[in-house]
Write a protein that binds this ligand. Structure first.
Ligand code: NAI
Length: 410
């Protein structure tokens, strides 16, 4: 397989109506060979479309499993233009030396804005007033309505989204408390709570921004809700299994909590056709949204740019920073050098064989980068050598037992 070629020959296939910002990013970097599809393709058409592609971009509806990957002949890298990467057989891609990239943080602001909007709406009792108006009611009253100014928002998980929520909340005059398992630098006047229980007891609104881990599964159950203030509100736009929905429904029925906003659920419909089933549908004072916390046009645009840029960087320069299935190497530019990429099984002897190739060749090595990740190793070597000699070196590297793939970047 010839893997070293100029970028004009690199074929990019973008599926599922990926935002035009991706196209612009590829074109700006000199990649013109781009095929775009508006929808996810049926399997046979997909196999056909990706057979010659060097780079495949997809979203959540395309299953790039081992069978689909087997239909690719030149695949260099995969871009998931979304957050999740379950739709790609990451292990198989890795075994073939194919890094997979995604955009985990492009929608941070979108989630943070929704959470702030929900905090205000819940404090003003808008969900139930809105529902009553829709039914012809007119519950004109200040009863139970509050400004958010001066209230305390408790942020559980003070990461990308949590910190943004804190900054926005503070600009509205809220007090910000946070709890995280890691020591975190507080933004503005935000203050760390002593622990989760302390945060729950001191907050008027609790908002969850933790990842899905073994520790966060069910982390807000009946005991935790009982520790929240009577009349407090709960917002969950993190992951569906973080909150025990049954316990939340009980607390709402008992009026221990005055309201909630939930965007993520333990069981979510797979399509628009499937009914959304949840005990929370019974409550007017619960804002329900279909996992759209990060779904905005801006987020789509950011995702397009972010993932395309990562793919361009890998293709142009070999950098794998933030690849989800691959040793991460953040490389400087290689102006004035040719760059050899060597992806290999991380077994004893490969590195010494690589070094042997170079010591025998007598070429000048300008830089060498190595990263291993479990069973996979990635070495990048910058050399001063003419094109033909560099290609010869690449062939020698490719012949080393344990090699998965090699490339030469001009
Ligand atoms: P992040 O990784 O930047 O932050 C998560 C924070 O939670 C980290 O600071 C981490 O140390 C902390 N953490 C981990 N385990 C914890 C625990 N047991 N207790 C307290 N803190 C803990 O993640 P990011 O980007 O802020 O996302 C947060 C959540 O939001 C994720 O679950 C993500 O899947 C979800 N999300 C939801 C979206 C939606 O559409 N509703 C869109 C984007 C993200």
């Amino acid at each position: 397989m010839k893997t070293s070629f100029p970028k004009k020959d690199i074929r990019i296939v973008l599926l599922e109506g990926i935002h035009s910002s991706a196209l612009e990013a590829f074109r700006a970097a000199g990649y013109d060979h781009i095929e775009r599809h508006d929808k996810a393709l049926p399997r046979e058409q997909l196999f056909d479309a990706i057979s010659d592609a060097h780079i495949v971009g997809l979203r959540s509806r395309t299953q790039l499993d081992a069978e689909a990957i087997a239909h690719t002949r030149r695949l260099l890298a995969v871009g998931c233009f979304c957050i999740g990467t379950n739709q790609v057989d990451l292990h198989h891609a890795r075994e073939l030396g194919v890094p997979v990239f995604n955009a985990p943080y492009s929608n941070t602001r979108s989630v943070a804005e929704l959470v702030i909007a929900e905090a205000i709406l819940l404090m003003r009792r808008v969900p139930e007033r809105n529902a009553e108006c829709h039914r012809g009611g007119w519950a004109k009253s200040a009863e139970g309505s509050f400004e958010v100014r001066g209230k305390t928002i408790g942020i559980v998980g003070y990461g990308h989204i949590g910190t943004q929520v804190g900054v926005l909340a503070e600009s509205l005059g809220m007090h910000v408390l946070f709890h995280d398992v890691e020591a975190k630098l507080a933004m503005g006047n935000a203050a760390p709570a002593q622990d989760l229980g302390d945060l729950l007891a001191r907050s008027d609104i609790v908002t969850l921004h933790v990842p899905q881990t073994r520790e966060t599964a069910g982390m807000i159950g009946a005991n935790e809700i009982a520790r929240m203030r009577r009349g407090a509100m709960l917002i969950n736009a993190s992951r569906g299994n973080v909150v025990d929905i049954g316990a939340l429904a009980t607390a709402l029925r008992d009026a221990h909590l005055a309201g909630a906003a939930v965007d993520v659920f333990p069981k979510e419909p797979k399509s628009r056709e499937e009914e959304f089933v949840s005990p929370l549908r019974d409550f007017d004072n619960v804002l329900l949204t279909p996992h759209v916390g990060g779904s905005t046009q801006e987020a789509q645009l950011n995702i397009g740019t972010e993932v395309a840029s990562k793919l361009v960087r890998y293709s142009d320069n070999g950098s794998t920073l933030s690849a989800v299935n691959f040793p991460e190497v953040n490389l400087p530019e290689h102006k004035g050098s040719r760059r050899l990429l060597h992806i290999h099984h991380n077994v004893p002897g490969v590195l010494s064989r690589i070094n042997e190739v170079f010591s025998k060749s007598g070429v000048n090595i300008n830089g060498q980068h190595l990263q291993t990740d479990g069973d996979l190793g990635y070495v990048v070597i910058d050399v001063s050598a003419p094109e033909e000699q560099s290609e010869d070196l690449r062939e020698q590297l490719a012949a080393i037992p344990g090699t998965v793939r090699t490339r030469l970047l001009y």
